[in-house]
Write a protein that binds this ligand. Structure first.
Ligand code: UDP
Length: 429
């Protein structure tokens, strides 16, 4: 389908804003994670539906071209805003003016009305979207991915509270957005209760999973490909290594397990602050006397990541908070039960006692009890594995994209009517 054959009311061109992390980055380290995967998967599908997508992101290397093709119909635009290296995510609010200048400059060189809609991801992008939306006269659809007020309620030990500047910045974005996309009903409630988002502007759109890549496969073969032992019971953690994700909970639980054959496999790279280096996990494992039972792998991509999930007997997601938790879904799609903290989106991503087990709190003894029980009962693991595959099939990026198209259509229709009223001098937004 090309943009001329798009159904009425849909945007022809979308400017997607992803200030702090590029869809070209490898997820699982630094600031790259689920949001990057989300933007890539959805953009590819929107482009297939005939919508041109341009993704604006900050330049983080001198070798990056001003524009790069991510997929047919999806272009990444690198915007200069501050030095390539040395800026943390927390430093980026000071670069928003430069970034916005770059985005507005690109649009100004185009014929008027080039973009029909702005899709912003994370609050930094929402701030840019706020200004661009006013200048271009188009609706802003914002996806928060994480919320400071929620994070501050569930801080991990050693984690820093999110600053007031972010809280206020998010409140402004919530106020200015035409639609707010929430991953789960829980996140929708948080937007409404904590950020006073108007109910009618919040849309719940579940993220998806790539069911072609993440599918069940032979465990022994996956272990052989990754060089992992055949006879161990493997509990995997996959994700950015940071306090919020709590990989330490898995290592602490490992130290309390009765099963001597259990090992923890930690896959991912450093991110953020505090417990951010694999070395601090190595120190922890050493201090607990389980160093020889903890394996590390750097961030994995594509089929190797699917192999990680297949190789594991269980995947642990002990996060203090997750707005969704794509790792949980990917693991289940590969037929591996998930043991997850009963927080945020994980309560939706995992069906308790059907596709995995939800654990209250982060105490090592509680986690060890659940893990021990599952490791000792292969029959139960098999039941959960079957439930996991079934549950994952309820989610797909095609579904996500179809729902997003509805949200875009609503936002465009409403925005157009409001502008007509404004032009007629009848109403103000
Ligand atoms: N990921 C990856 N390689 C890794 C670790 C993680 O590609 O080694 C990806 C993973 O497939 C998932 C994303 O990073 O899609 C993490 O998303 P999630 O929602 O679990 O957490 P977030 O990073 O958004 O907090």
């Amino acid at each position: 389908m090309n943009s001329r054959s798009l159904p009425q009311g849909l945007p022809r061109r979308i400017a997607t804003l992803s200030v702090h992390t590029s869809p070209l980055h490898q997820p699982g380290t630094g600031d790259a994670g689920g949001m990057n995967v989300y933007i890539v998967e959805v953009s590819k599908r929107l482009a297939k539906a005939g919508i041109e997508i341009e993704i604006f992101t900050r330049t983080t290397g001198g070798d990056l071209p001003p524009r790069a093709e991510l997929a047919p119909g999806v272009t990444v635009r690198h915007i200069s805003a501050g030095p390539y290296e040395g800026l943390a995510k927390e430093d980026l609010p000071a670069q928003l003016c430069a970034f916005t200048h770059g985005v507005l400059g690109i649009e100004a060189a185009r014929p008027p009305g080039h973009y029909d809609l702005l899709a912003s991801h994370y609050w930094l992008s929402g701030q840019v979207g706020w200004l661009a939306k006013d200048r271009w006269g188009v609706p802003l659809v914002h996806t928060a991915h994480t919320l400071a007020k929620v994070k501050n309620l569930q801080l991990a030990e050693g984690d820093r509270a999110e600053p007031m500047g972010r809280v206020v910045g998010e409140e402004q974005v919530v106020e200015q957005s035409d639609r707010l996309v929430a991953n789960t009903p829980t996140e929708a409630r948080e937007l409404i209760d904590l950020y006073r988002a108007p109910l009618e502007r919040v849309a719940v759109v579940a993220p998806g999973v790539d069911l072609e890549r993440f599918r069940p496969g032979d465990r022994a073969a996956a272990r052989a490909r990754l060089g992992l032992p055949q006879h161990a019971k493997i509990m995997a953690f996959v994700g950015r290594i940071q306090p919020l994700k709590a990989p330490d909970v898995l290592i602490r639980a490992l130290a309390e397990l009765r099963d001597p054959d259990a090992i923890a496999l930690i896959v991912g790279g450093p991110s953020g602050s505090g417990l951010d280096r694999p070395t601090s996990l190595i120190d922890l494992a050493e201090s607990l006397g389980v160093r020889d039972r903890v394996r590390f792998l750097p961030p994995q991509a594509g089929d190797r990541l699917a192999d990680v999930y297949r190789a594991a007997d269980l995947v642990a997601v002990p996060s203090h908070n997750e707005s969704f938790g794509l790792v949980a879904l990917e693991a289940q799609a590969c037929g591996t039960p998930v043991v997850a903290a009963a927080v945020g989106g994980l309560v939706t991503a995992v069906r308790d006692e059907v596709s995995g087990v939800l654990v209250d709190g982060h105490g090592a003894a509680d986690w060890a009890r659940v893990l021990d029980r599952l490791l000792a009962e292969p029959g139960r693991r098999e039941e959960l594995a079957a439930g996991a595959v079934k549950h994952a099939y309820d989610f797909s990026w095609d579904h996500t994209t179809t729902r997003l198209l509805d949200v875009y259509r609503e936002a465009m229709t409403e925005h157009r009517s409001r502008r007509q009223l404004e032009l007629a001098g009848c109403a103000r937004w």
